[in-house]
Design a protein around this ligand. Sequence first.
Ligand SMILES: [Cu+2]
Length: 147
Amino acid sequence: MQLGGNARTFVQPHLTARKLEVIMRLILIYHAMGGSMRRIVFWMLLIQGLWLAAGTAYAEEAEFKLTLRDHKFEPSELTVPAGAKIKLLIDNQDSTPEEFESYELNREKIVPGKGTVVIYVGALKDGRYPFFGDFNKQTAQGVLVAK
Ligand SMILES: [Cu+2]
């Protein structure tokens, strides 16, 4: 079964309140150092530009989500594009920790109970890449299908 989390999502570069706050603080620090208003505006634009550039680079990775619930992966079969770097978000809805493990992907990572981790894989060749939860091998089984 494929859930909504399977959809490819792109992060839009935008200025969040948090980023704005950091920029404002940098400006205040710069102002305290005696910079003129023109320089402040210049730095503001430069910082904002760098942030947008970083946001654009980040947005180029396709993001996919796997949910752990009742010690099972949802979806248990996840199709991803071959030949591209993949950002895999693993959301553990169970209260106990799990270990995401895959020999084929050469990945092993603890996912805390009620926690989320990110794993980067790829670029993958066409094929099937099984994975499992090492703490609940009986039920936590899945496969990444790259094509
Ligand atoms: Cu392990």
